[in-house]
Design a protein around this ligand. Structure first.
Ligand SMILES: C[S@@+](CC[C@H](N)C(=O)[O-])C[C@H]1O[C@@H](n2cnc3c(N)ncnc32)[C@H](O)[C@@H]1O
Length: 251
């Protein structure tokens, strides 16, 4: 099943927004979509939806999805993709700075690799507080992003959180954490260098020294292995990225 999902998502990226392709099949958003594929009949707000690759999966499963992005070019790809799939595109070209939905409207808010655009905790707090008003009590946030201390992806230290920081952030904004998974803690060949030096090397060079990430996708069972490993504290500490699902507390 997962192989079918991989192929479908890859085809969508390559056909509708090749320049935004996630890079390889170990990207955490494949896991995210796998989790989201359980949802049916939900009102979902995909914040920073880009070309709608994830949104189209949700809509195809009978959810009512609204995608929002600040970038008009991405939304054009979104609309093209939805029309190609005979789905109705519901998009907002706008920013999370301007809340536009009534309170308690959505069942699910999706922050897939977007909140780091908020740059610092103060901004992120404003964004999340504004948007979560539109989430029903008991509704869920799905959140994926880079681990702050992963020198491959968590560059721009101030933009990214560690897993614990993200947990604490959502808890302090009225959420109960339901699931946390660290994704892909496999080390780079440069793991032994001091962190400051690693982080100053250009990302393209760093990726060159990261064969596990590229090769692991061909190893049988890697996906189940990542899912198993990601629950342990060591994986949460050294992961490249992480997944959090949290529910808005009632009252
Ligand atoms: C790294 S992309 C992630 C796209 C998609 N969610 C995914 O996981 O593939 C971040 C997206 O957030 C959008 N974005 C950035 N700032 C935004 C804002 N203020 N309001 C809405 N979307 C924004 C960008 O245009 C971009 O499409």
């Amino acid at each position: 099943m997962f192989a079918v999902l991989q192929k479908r998502l890859y085809w969508k990226w390559k056909t509708f927004a090749p320049e935004r392709w996630w890079g390889d099949f170990t990207d955490i958003r494949f896991y995210l979509v796998d989790q989201l594929s359980k949802l049916r009949g939900k009102k979902i707000f995909d914040i920073g939806c880009n070309a709608g690759i994830i949104a189209s999966e949700l809509a195809a499963n009978g959810n009512d999805v609204v995608g929002m992005d600040i970038e008009i070019k991405s939304l054009k790809s979104y609309i093209k993709l939805f029309k190609h799939l005979d789905l109705v595109p519901k998009v907002v070209n706008g920013s999370w700075d301007n809340p536009m939905f009534k309170d308690n409207y959505f069942d699910v808010l999706l922050f897939s690799w977007t909140l780091y655009y908020g740059e610092n905790d103060e901004n992120k707090s404003k964004i999340v507080s504004r948007l979560t008003r539109a989430l029903k009590p008991g509704g869920s946030i799905y959140f994926v992003e880079a681990n702050r201390y992963c020198f491959i992806q968590g560059r721009g230290l101030e933009h990214f959180w560690t897993v614990d920081m993200a947990r604490a952030f959502f808890e302090s904004h009225g959420f109960a954490i339901k699931e946390v998974l660290g994704w892909n803690p496999l080390p780079s060949l440069l793991f032994w260098l001091p962190w400051k030096i690693k982080n100053s090397i250009p990302q393209k060079v760093v990726l060159f020294f990261y064969p596990p990430g590229r090769l692991v996708q061909y190893a049988p069972g890697w996906y189940s292995f990542f899912k198993w490993l990601g629950k342990y504290p060591i994986a949460k500490k050294y992961c490249r990225s992480y997944y959090i699902r949290a529910d808005k507390k009632c009252g």
